[in-house]
Write a protein that binds this ligand. Structure first.
Ligand code: 8GT
Ligand code: MG
Length: 319
């Protein structure tokens, strides 16, 4: 049986995350971690989280929401980390057990030595709750780029450029323009195309379709790039984890106009598959912004969508 652990992600007004340093004598000693500790017998997760955070930092957790669940096997034990984002708390964190504290920007988390189980937590912290998949294929690139811009103006920060009907030359031209636009808004652009092309185009990362995923035996890009994958069942999610992908999307969760023939998983199967995934998983298929809460409650990272996130009109002031 894995050791069940309640873990809290606490962010300040600037978005910095609180790390604490484990005692040298402890399991995974000397490494930086997120505060938290073991769930005691008879305790539920919320109570354990409140107790651990109060014991270690002297603050009172008021509200929290699930971020990710990770099962990880170390040589000496297996842990099940139940990670929640702490949205509101009272007091000022101090290291009540003498542990050093540090507030760290999400982009800098990789500079801290942390337990191996924490890598997907850092990924989940850096990823937004919405993942925009562009569509449909552009007949007029200008209009397509204007719609992308509107989506960015509305707050989208993670974009998958999907245009399966374009040839590689058309796709490359569109990707260059989309990349320039995404940079302006500090959004990340993942290219849904063969890995070699994504490498050549110098994107922020690649989004593998299930066919490309199946062909790979290892992570195709270095750790400073994003690697994401399209999955439709548990074995594809496992494959994404096996090649060390950062995150995946799982579809179709609900019935969707864009893929009318596909039979939906439903939220229960989504949650079941996500429970076995130790990487962030976006729900895809019939999703709109209103589904974010359900996706989080079911263990997901948020929603991925074409139809509902792809802006219909031009951005204000751009006509
Ligand atoms: N709190 C915390 N534990 C983690 C993280 N990552 C990770 O692998 N763990 C593992 O999860 C377990 C959590 O235990 P803990 O040592 O914090 O438990 P605790 O606060 O109840 O302490 P105690 O039982 O030593 O008094 C440890 O085996 C630890 O190595 C993390 O980010 N935060
Ligand atoms: Mg602890």
């Amino acid at each position: 049986m894995p050791v069940h652990v309640a873990v809290g992600v606490i962010q300040d007004a600037q978005g910095r995350v609180l790390l604490t340093r484990r005692a040298v004598s402890a399991h995974q000693g000397g490494l930086w971690e997120f505060p938290g500790g073991k769930v005691e017998r008879g305790e539920d997760l919320a109570r354990a989280l409140r107790r651990e955070i109060q014991e270690e930092l002297g603050i009172v957790v008021n509200t929290h929401q699930p971020l990710i669940q990770i099962t990880h096997s170390y040589p000496d034990k297996t842990v099940r980390l139940d990670v929640h984002s702490i949205q509101d708390y009272s007091g000022t964190p101090i290291g009540l057990e003498g542990q050093p504290l540090e507030w760290v920007f999400p982009e800098q988390l990789s500079q801290y030595a942390m337990p191996a189980a924490d890598r997907p937590i850092c990924t989940a912290i850096r990823l937004p709750q919405h993942y925009l998949i562009t569509g449909p294929d552009p007949r007029k690139p200008d209009q397509f780029l204007l719609r992308l811009k509107t989506s960015l103006v509305r707050g989208i920060r993670l974009v998958q450029l999907r245009a399966p009907g374009l040839n590689p030359i058309e796709y490359a031209a569109l990707a260059a323009e989309a990349r320039a636009l995404c940079r302006q808004y500090e959004a990340k652009l993942l290219l849904n195309c063969p890995v070699q092309l994504a490498r050549e185009l110098g994107a922020d990362g690649v989004h593998l379709n299930s066919h490309h995923l199946a062909e790979l035996s290892e992570r195709p890009l270095t750790d400073d790039k994003w690697v994401a994958a399209s999955c439709h069942n548990l074995s594809e999610v496992r494959k994404a984890m096996a090649i060390n992908a950062d995150f995946c999307q799982l579809s179709p969760v609900l019935a969707t106009r864009s893929h009318p023939g596909a039979s939906p998983l439903g939220w229960d199967s989504f949650a079941q598959i996500v429970a076995s995934a130790s990487i962030p998983v976006y729900a895809l298929g019939g999703m709109d912004r209103g589904h974010v809460r359900e996706a989080l409650e079911r263990g997901g990272q948020g929603v991925a969508a074409i139809t509902s996130l792809w802006a219909e009109e031009e951005p204000a002031g751009q006509r």
